[in-house]
Each structure stands twice: as C-alpha cells, then as structure tokens.
Design a protein around this ligand. Structure first.
Ligand code: PSU
Ligand code: MN
Length: 303
C-alpha cells in the first residue's frame, strides 16, 4: 500500500468489493467557485453520486497526505481557504507530501490519486487544455498529459472557450486519448452544448462507455478516456455573451501579465464576474449533471 495515501473507509471498502466509486476534484472547490457556493456544490455532488448508487471520493492533499475521500468538515475547510490553498499539479505532488502541506487537486492530481486508490471514474466541470496563444506561451495544461498516461475515465462538460478547443482536440488525438460525446457528436463548450467541433465518438449509454474503457484497460493501454457531457439545455448560456466575457478576460490577463498556473483561476473568476451570477448557476448545474453520469458509468463498469 502507498504510504502517503489515505483512503476513506467507505471508499476503500467499495473499491475492495468491486462496487462503484466516483472521484471528485478539490481545485474546483478552492479555485473554481466562491465560498459558500463551492462547499454547498461539493456536498450536493457527493449526495448525487450516492443517490445514483456509487460512493463519492473527493480528493485533496491535507497535511502532506494524499486523501481519497474527504469528510464534510474537510470539504468546508477547502472551501473556506479557497485560493490560499496551493493549486497542486503533478509537479507539486512530491513537494507538498515532503513538506506536509495542503494542496487542492486539479484534474491531473485527482486522476493520479484516484488511480492510486483503485478508482476508475472521475467527475468534474471542465478540464484544462491548450490555451489560446499557446503557440507562443506553450501554456498547455498538465491535464492533457495525465489523460494520456493514467487510466481513469474523466467526465466533464467539455472545456471553456478560455482554451483553444481545436488545438486541445489535436493534442488529445496525438496522445491517443479517446474523446467521447455523451449523446452528441459535437464537443460541448462548458456553458453551451456545442463548440461546433466534432468529438471522436458519440455514445448514448453509460454501458457503452464502460465497455469501451474495460477493453482499454484489458489491453493494458496507457491513459484515460474523456467523456464530454453537454450542459442541460435549460441551463445553457448564449455563446455570444460568454465569448464576449472570455475575450475581455483574456485581454485583461495579458495586460496584467498573468501567466502559468494563475491563468486558469484568473480567467474563471473574471468570466464569472463579467457574466454575473448566471454563469455560476450554469457551472453548478453542469457539475451535478456530470456527477450523475459518472456514477452510472462507474456502476456499469462494475457489472
Ligand atoms: N476549468 C474549469 N474549472 C476549473 C478548472 C478548469 O472550467 O475548476 C481547474 C481544474 O482543476 C483543472 C485546472 O484541472 O483548473 C486546470 O488548470 P491549468 O490550466 O493551470 O492546468
Ligand atoms: Mn497552464
């Protein structure tokens, strides 16, 4: 057993008995949403996963321990500390463990810790990707590398147009990551149901996705699978409104010379500010939608 890993008791039992478990990330709590909506959302997501018959495992680093499964008090702690917690990517993991510090796990580190704990399915909002202008900044999220190397199914609502979605798909193709559209042929763009770009495969049931992932792991292929689940119609937003806010946010980011790991949290917060409460509400609803689908995929995988 990994000496840095703490698997919460109900999570460990479910994994050992081959019952469905869904991993959830903590950067979405600390850096993705404001307090107290972040805590409320994180707790609701856990409830949705439970109601769908799976065990939720919110993942984080606390005092240098890799945690697969948090208590409600620990979720509250992450939500309250917010952006003052270190946003932990692959390169931060060993340092935070050695120093005994806290870290909020991104898609990258959540996949890593989920895999260490034997969890196959992970639900989030949006993934990181190739940033606009990456041809000069080389800002490409470590999330894409992790999808290429770690065998976990990641369920998201596509990616925000703060990224270059076309280049993100190209990168995933190069690295052999299948991109599945759940009930759609088009890549969802987080706040809206389509980016106008095509996914690799459309699948219409959790069973179909679980079967494909089972083959992928049986073959011993490296890497995960990206399931993109469009935001429910009633919560989707006008792409023109969102895109205007994104363009403004990127302009301000460049003017302020923000770069590296600060880019994504800055853009997320700015877009939220520019679009008012609407975008936060949509964001919350799409996470709930992804949690339910992830639980059904995890259940189908365990059949
Ligand atoms: N995109 C979102 N919401 C988020 C993130 C991305 O719409 O909360 C977070 C996730 O934790 C993701 C991380 O893994 O940002 C990517 O950061 P970066 O671009 O620095 O790799
Ligand atoms: Mn980056």
């Amino acid at each position: 057993m990994n000496r840095y890993l703490d698997v919460k008791e109900d999570v460990a039992r479910a994994v050992a008995e081959g019952r469905p478990v869904v991993a959830l990330e903590s950067t979405i709590i600390s850096h993705g949403m404001p307090y107290p909506q972040n805590v409320e959302t994180a707790l609701n997501v856990e409830r949705i996963v439970r109601e769908a018959g799976a065990v939720p495992a919110t993942i984080a680093i606390i005092g240098g321990r890799l945690k697969a499964g948090l208590s409600p008090e620990e979720i509250e702690y992450f939500g309250k500390k917010g952006m003052s917690i270190t946003k932990a990517s692959r390169r931060d993991l060993s340092i935070l463990c050695a120093k005994g510090e806290d870290g909020a796990t991104t898609v990258t580190t959540t996949m890593m810790i989920a895999h260490m704990a034997g969890i196959k399915v992970f639900a989030t909002g949006g993934i990181g990707g190739v940033h606009r202008g990456a041809e000069t900044t080389m800002d490409i999220s470590a999330d894409l590398e992790e999808l290429a190397r770690t065998p976990v199914v990641v369920v998201c609502a596509g990616a925000k147009a703060i990224l270059d979605l076309g280049l993100t798909l190209e990168y995933l193709e190069t690295h052999g990551v299948p991109v599945i559209g759940y009930g759609t042929e088009e890549l969802p763009a987080f706040y809206s149901r389509s980016s106008g770009l095509k996914v690799d495969y459309r699948m219409d049931s959790p069973e179909e996705i679980a079967a494909a992932f089972r083959v992928q792991t049986s073959l011993g292929l490296e890497g995960g699978m990206l399931v993109t689940n469009p935001i429910p119609e009633e919560y989707s937003m006008d792409p023109a409104v969102i895109n205007k806010a994104i363009d403004e946010a990127i302009d301000e980011m460049n003017r302020k010379d923000i770069h590296g790991k600060e880019c994504t949290p800055f853009l997320l917060a700015k877009v939220k500010e520019l679009t008012g409460g609407d975008s936060l509400d949509s964001n919350i609803q799409l996470v709930y939608n992804n949690a339910g689908l992830a639980a059904r995929i995890a259940a189908a995988y365990c059949e």
